[in-house]
Design a protein around this ligand. Sequence first.
Ligand SMILES: Cc1cc2nc3c(=O)[nH]c(=O)nc-3n(C[C@H](O)[C@H](O)[C@H](O)COP(=O)(O)OP(=O)(O)OC[C@H]3O[C@@H](n4cnc5c(N)ncnc54)[C@H](O)[C@@H]3O)c2cc1C
Length: 654
Amino acid sequence: MNFYGDNADLRWYVERGVDWDPLVRLTEYEMKAPDAPGSVEEAVAGYRDILGLVGGFVGDEVAPRWKELLHAHPRLVDGAVVEAPVVREIVEQLGGLGLFGLNVPRELGGLNTPMLVFQLTQELIARADTSVCAHVGFHGGIAMAALLYSVLEGTTTFTADPPRIVATRFRELIDEIVAGRAWGSMDITEPGAGSDMAALTTRGEQLPDGTWVVTGQKIFITSGHGRWHFVVARTEDPPAGKPPGLGGLSLFLVPAWEWAADGEKVWRAAFTGVEEKLGHTASATVTINFDRSPALLVGARGRGFQQMLVLMNNARIGVGFESLGVAEAAWRAAKAYAATRPSMGKTIDRHEMIAEIIENMQTDIQGVRALGVSACWHEEVAQKVELVSQFLPLSPERKAELLAQQARSRRRSRALTPLLKWLASERCVEIARQAIQVHGGSGYIVETGVERLLRDAMVFPIYEGTSQIQALMVMKDTLLGVVKQPRMFARDLLVARWTSLTGPPLEARVAGLRLQALRAVRFLLMRLTGSKLRDLPLTSPGAWKAAFANWDPKRDFALAMLHAERLISLLADAAVAEALLDQVQRDPARAEVLVRWLERAEPRARWKLDEIVSTGTRLLTALDPALDTALDTALDTAPAVVAEPVHVAAVAAK
Ligand SMILES: Cc1cc2nc3c(=O)[nH]c(=O)nc-3n(C[C@H](O)[C@H](O)[C@H](O)COP(=O)(O)OP(=O)(O)OC[C@H]3O[C@@H](n4cnc5c(N)ncnc54)[C@H](O)[C@@H]3O)c2cc1C
């Protein structure tokens, strides 16, 4: 079975859905890279071959071994983490297909494919097994992060003719990973600090000779039994009397061991635990202790949080594709079972409720994939323009064009990535649960192979930033965006409203979804600020900024924090609909997917908006009785802000 060949939706992206031209041009240094394919089409043909190869391998060789993988727990033996032979064997075979260096530039030993191709392979692998997917991902993903960090800090050198990287700071790491001798990990979480990164206590200390050491304990580290660790540690103390913040963190690369001249390992850190888990049973989740471990400072001191976001953004997109793989496996299992299971005179897929569940699973998967491809495309463009614009001799016009695209893509990626992480992971859990339901009692039995999908899915809304953290980030970005550019918000509201009333049918419905999300934003802002904001002119950013001065976000944002997951749901529904609408413009046959999405999303959006408008006061006043008055005052504004006030239209018409 070929997991690429049998997936028409995935193949549609490769054949028609992805705008490959900019990705290929950037990846191939404006098509001037040595050994660059002769054309964009030739490059895409190569990507198609890779996906077919990986799809065939995971379908035939990995998926059938799920039972072996289920019992392939890694173990801690004399301070070393020992993987089960089946894991090592499969991961090495995938490495043999070139996956460890899939998107590493050719001059560094890789295959130089776009990151999007890497993410699509991750989906294919996750459909077969998530533990294998995670471990393979921490090879090439870490190599690319190391290269990007080096480019960002200015320690990569490049020649322009022919264009190629000649030196990069973390070359040893990249070489080892591409050769399959090493992998890396992202070490953030500590016993006292998960979502709250400001509470991290691992320390980075600079020695008199200028070098650094790191001391502390990191827990729950996926594939944390490798040599290379990107570690976030505190290097600056907060000013006296202030709580520690994110500003005092720095990023380090710490090898868990060095190789002595005689080939012996010299340990620089200690593996002290391997977790037993609900799912991902073959993946090593490791506790690692650093004790004055020699470390390399990556990028600027005190910028660790921002640096980590670079890696985390890619990882969040990765969770999107990983979730897609598991959801695809669940949907296919449910569909196949329902087509053969008889009940009351027909197979269960002919019973209305089961038919609807199976269709909704497919619609959700297609919607998430649309969002995933879009988020990944923009993130990749934003990152690659960095390299190309720094190093290639470009005409001023081309450079300006690329930088403008980079700015657009940065904004889109920042907006879409948390939506993807939230939507993909939450839907994957639901789809996996529904797959069990469709299987009835058999679904609950391990032997059937479906319950493991739910156990694997359960961590997706937790790692790489929980669902609640994604929702908070989106809520803050969205509300502060309005505060910074109230006029833009007014225009967006008007355009959405106008299009929803006058646009062609599909555009109108998509705009209607966006309008619901914008109404929720407006409602929250008005409720947060009460009468303070009601009379503010939308044309005056200064007045808005003043209204938000001296705010205590923890208290004043309470209502928005309460409703953040509802808001992210509204925004994700709208973003998926917009991505699918773009696809319809490329290929009218995609209208069928969009219609299915809208059919579910429209009532969901009405419900979420209703919840935002009508609930919350009781709980919030129970949490903080002092909030009572502010909320009551603001409540008066509710009906007015859900319908657009007249002056919005007046402003936007100017
Ligand atoms: C299998 C697995 C693999 C992992 N891999 C890695 C890895 O490779 N590297 C790494 O560094 N970490 C890893 N982690 C750790 C993971 O990233 C953390 O578990 C996660 O960030 C949550 O942190 P926490 O467990 O401390 O939960 P907490 O932060 O204590 O959160 C508990 C609950 O409270 C909620 N919450 C917290 N703060 C708020 C808030 N302000 N508002 C609303 N709700 C809030 C959370 O959403 C969550 O529901 C892994 C974890 C697991 C289980």
